[in-house]
Ligand binder design. Structure first.
Ligand SMILES: *Cc1c(COP(=O)(O)O)cnc(C)c1O
Length: 399
């Protein structure tokens, strides 16, 4: 049967303490026990439904985790204080000293910096490869490799990972495939394609209102519980736990995710097609000119489209900056990093979100100076938006 992530979210039902239509928020960091024996058993992990301390879990965090697990179709999920708070404990849970990771070379700047600069201190080495070439990925695997790491749709170049192909490789070599699905919630369901662990920064599309940080790790109960272990769980011990107030508010925003994603995708496709027709170098996975258009189409849950992210090359950093300032001046959107907001957001990744990546490596992966990354907003009248952007492009000489 076809996988329907939004139905899975909608079919969950929680009531508040007094019959409220929203679950009560657990406004407590610690929980009382009726007997000392129950407290001991809870520490040992033997008492389902008992809460101990909110760094470990809280009712509100479990509700949000359940909704995200339903969306990805995994057994369970653990929510965290940020996307990086989900990524770093996952890497450290799977890998220890002497281990090796094969990672896509086009990934979120923070993840890249963690793998490139931080984990080598623990003698964890990473090979960065072109993830779209399965033979290159396989050649990078050695006897110490524990994990393949990628993003479904990569930041900022919008390369698309062949998750089925990577999952087969992971299985063959007994590795874990970890996929960051932040750019394509609902559109792509990596666990359904064979990924072992699916991560999101909730800060972006899933929460969608740019008012909070958040992250999630979706996977098997085995894996997620290992991360939450009071004895040696990386998530529990590193402490990037989400606050219950925040998880309650993210859960409420998640209910409109399907409507928002459809609108983001519709608007982004419209603009990408117009920009491309205007002769601009435009990258969007929904354009037939995109090298991974076919793979995205094979993997996607059709109704949610190709997502809200696109890039346009303005030719030079100077032109990119002029264009972004002008677009902000005319209230088309904001010159800001991040994504998934109701307004369009734009930034030049080479000098911002991907500035952790050395210049020569940026060049090699095709990250040009003039590249502008757009997170397309929920604009009701996207034709008008296009006309306004076109006007700006003509004025700064990008068109
Ligand atoms: C933003 C982002 C992250 C990091 O998430 P935070 O919530 O900022 O910690 C990780 N991966 C991708 C693809 C992102 O866009």
């Amino acid at each position: 049967m076809e996988f329907k992530p939004a139905n899975n979210i909608q079919d969950l039902q929680y009531f508040g303490e007094f019959g409220g239509v929203n679950p009560s928020v657990s406004d407590s960091s610690t929980y009382t026990f009726l007997s000392a024996k129950t407290m001991f058993d809870t520490f040992e992990g033997n008492t389902d439904g008992c809460y101990l301390y909110s760094r470990h879990s809280s009712p509100s965090n479990l509700y949000l985790g359940e909704a995200l697990a339903a969306m990805e179709g995994t057994e369970t999920a653990n929510v965290t204080a940020s996307g990086m708070g989900a990524i770093t404990p996952t890497i450290l849970q799977i890998c220890g000293a002497g281990d090796h990771i094969v990672s896509s070379r086009t990934i979120y700047g923070g993840t890249y910096a963690f793998l490139k600069n931080f984990t080598p201190r623990m003698n964890i080495q990473t090979s960065f490869v072109d993830i779209t070439k399965l033979d290159v990925v396989e050649r990078a695997i050695n006897s110490n490799t524990k994990m393949i790491y990628c993003e479904s749709v990569s930041n900022p170049l919008l390369e698309v990972a062949d998750i089925k192909g990577l999952a087969e490789l992971a299985k063959k070599h007994n590795l874990k495939l970890v996929v960051d699905n932040t750019f394509s919630p609902l559109s792509i369901s990596p666990a359904q394609l064979g990924a072992d662990v699916v991560i999101h920064s909730l800060t972006k599309f899933i929460n969608g209102s740019s008012d909070t940080m958040g992250g999630v790790v979706c996977g098997t109960s085995d894996f997620v519980n290992t991360q939450k272990s009071v004895i040696d769980g990386a998530s529990m011990l590193l402490g990037a736990s989400m606050d219950s107030m925040r998880s309650a508010s993210i859960l409420k925003n998640m209910r409109t995710l399907h409507i928002r994603i459809k609108q983001h995708s519709k608007n982004a496709l419209y603009l990408a097609e117009r920009f491309e027709k205007d002769g601009l170098k435009t990258v969007y996975p929904g354009l037939e000119s995109h090298p991974s258009y076919k793979i995205f189409k094979e993997m996607m849950n059709m109704e949610y489209g190709f997502g809200g992210m696109l890039t346009v090359d303005a030719g030079s950093l100077e032109k990119a900056n002029q264009l972004m300032e002008l677009m902000q001046g005319r209230n088309i959107g904001y010159l800001a990093v991040s994504l998934g907001f109701y307004k369009t957001l734009f930034s030049a990744p080479g000098t911002s979100t991907s500035s952790e990546i050395p210049l020569d490596e940026q060049k090699e992966m095709g990250l040009t100076d003039g590249l502008i990354r757009f997170s397309i907003g929920l604009d009701d009248d996207i034709e008008r938006t296009y006309e306004m952007i076109r006007e700006c492009m003509l004025e700064v000489g990008v068109l």
